[in-house]
Design a protein around this ligand. Structure first.
Ligand code: PEP
Length: 254
């Protein structure tokens, strides 16, 4: 039985004041919450502030991207030791927005995953197919190739994988529970074939237009161990409701 993980990806949203107010409200709403891991991934500029705000609560901090090198002449980039200094536990890697807007490739993501693991930061590898690929019947092959390519040389621990169909991200058109379960099952099977028993311990998240209204459907599937939430993570009440619902649904891997 894997502990559910609910991650909020704020993308390029949030001022210092908004971040502060959000965390204050979220902490009040989640008081007494215990059996779900919660992680906030604000923009780099808010990491320190949110770190200070979450203080001694059980909320984890994550970044939305990182460079693979420890330091050097990489203008505009942020390194893993820098994230570690800010107490980041997780880093989202390979988000489809970075793949499409910045041209990140599986090979680039693989280097980042190796680097994050070597520093003990948990990479959250995002994979997912476009609508065109899905409609061509190539969805599963495409996603499993991303998994294998991005995990080239990587270990099963620490690692989280988020299945995020591109057509469901920020569109309000969430994948059906059957579509999500089918892909998560295929990812789980690939992980078990790559890592044997250790592959069963990797938490698998669904992401793509998750809201307080649909989260329980995804978590009812035995293949989802949590969710990566974009838009719905920007409102404390909605995000807290997602976390509260995750508390009541046992997540079991098979
Ligand atoms: C995301 O950006 O990872 C995401 C899933 O966004 P949304 O929930 O807004 O679809």
């Amino acid at each position: 039985m894997l502990r559910p993980l609910i991650m909020g990806n704020w993308k390029m949203n949030g001022t210092l004041a908004e971040g502060r107010a959000f965390v204050r409200q979220l902490c009040t709403l989640l008081e007494g919450s215990s059996n779900v891991d919660v992680c906030l991934c604000p923009p780099f500029t808010l990491l320190q502030e949110i770190r200070d705000q979450i203080g001694l609560t059980a909320i984890f901090l994550g970044a939305q991207n990182v460079h693979h090198a420890d330091k050097g002449a990489f203008t505009g980039e942020v390194s893993i030791p820098m994230l570690q200094e800010l107490d980041c536990t997780y880093v989202i890697l390979g988000h489809s927005e970075r793949r499409s807007y910045v041209g990140e490739t599986d090979a680039m993501i693989a280097r980042k995953i190796l680097a994050a693991q070597s520093w003990g930061i948990t990479p959250v590898l995002c994979v997912g197919e476009s609508l065109e690929v899905r409609d061509n019947g190539e969805g599963e092959r495409h996603v499993l190739a991303q998994v294998r390519n991005c995990l080239d040389g990587a270990q099963a621990e620490p690692l989280v994988i988020a299945y995020e169909p591109i057509w469901a991200i920020g569109t309000g058109r969430a994948a059906s529970t059957a579509q999500a379960a089918q892909m998560l099952k295929a990812i789980r099977e690939a992980l078990v074939s790559m890592y044997k028993d250790a592959g069963a311990s990797v938490r698998l998240l669904y992401g793509g237009s998750v809201t307080a209204a649909n989260i329980s459907e995804y978590l009812a599937s035995e293949y989802a161990n949590g969710a990566l939430v974009g838009g719905a993570s920007l409102q404390a009440e909605e995000f807290a409701s997602i976390v509260r619902q995750a508390e009541t649904v046992p997540c079991i891997t098979k």
